[in-house]
Design a protein around this ligand. Structure first.
Ligand code: HEC
Ligand code: HEC
Length: 203
């Protein structure tokens, strides 16, 4: 082998190693599908309810992978309370979490494409648009997609930020400024838009 060829071969090897590493960092959706088997018992059934308090379990299909990772991490480290999800998250490795997130996101995430025009008459939602509207993709940390989420779950989540059950995020401040009526109206608005879905067990 000439030096040139040897270098080319070496270069190809390094390239492949880097590519494999970045695929790992992004998560492997096929591995995630296998891991998601137990999750689907709740998240794969449209309208499945949490028992006490009663609300619909969140839709995960098309949700941003970065947010799914952040949420599972929060259950795992206890900044987010929920007995079942803490038990579910507790046994997952970082790689498992990335794989699950890649599977649920499904390649291309849904998005909140909400504009000022869409929320005319819903003034309280104006403060949300920078992150849960057009351009929200560019925000760090990645905000979850609200469009298509169950109305009850959005109400429940905002209640958790207001009570402190979910803490340590920018949302505590934004949720605190809302009245009950604002919460109901905003939740209804986002839930009626196209966005996240109940993941399909057969996919
Ligand atoms: C027994 C039912 C059940 C099972 C099984 C379950 N979940 Fe959950 N999941 C829930 C409930 C209920 C919530 C909402 C909890 C809360 O109030 O924070 C939730 C919340 C979540 C969230 C946060 C979503 C959001 O929009 O905030 C993620 C991510 C999640 N689950 C992923 C998973 C994964 C991954 C698995 C499997 C390893 C799994 N869940 C298994 C019931 C379940
Ligand atoms: C600066 C950006 C930003 C703004 C503005 C903002 N949010 Fe958020 N929102 C986030 C982030 C980041 C999260 C994820 C926090 C976490 O990990 O719990 C979030 C989470 C949420 C959730 C939980 C969704 C789920 O799936 O669990 C709801 C509901 C929500 N926001 C509603 C609102 C509403 C309503 C407003 C306006 C009053 C608003 N947000 C303003 C960034 C923002």
């Amino acid at each position: 082998m000439t030096t040139h060829l040897r270098l080319t071969a070496l270069f190809a090897l390094v390239c492949c190693a880097l590519a494999a590493q970045s695929a790992n960092a992004q998560g492997d959706a096929d591995a995630g599908r296998v891991l998601a088997y137990t999750c689907m018992g709740c998240h794969g059934i449209d309208g499945y309810r949490n028992a006490y308090p009663s609300y619909r379990v969140p839709r995960l299909g098309g949700q941003r992978a970065e947010y799914i990772v952040a949420a599972l991490d929060a259950y795992r480290n206890g900044t987010r309370e929920h007995p079942t999800m803490r038990a579910q998250g507790g046994s997952l490795s970082d790689q498992d979490i990335r794989d699950l997130a890649a599977y649920f996101e499904g390649g291309e995430s849904a998005a909140d494409t909400v504009t000022e025009d869409d929320i005319r008459g819903l003034d309280a939602a104006r403060a949300c648009l920078a992150c849960h509207g057009v351009g929200g993709d560019a925000v760090i940390p990645k905000p979850p997609v609200l469009s298509g989420q169950h109305q009850e779950y959005i109400v429940h989540a905002l209640g958790q930020y207001r009570s402190g059950a979910r803490s340590g995020t920018v949302m505590s401040a934004f949720a605190a400024g809302l009245t009950e009526d604002d919460v109901e109206a905003i939740a209804m608005f986002y839930s009626r838009r196209q966005g996240v879905v109940t993941p399909d067990k057969s996919e």
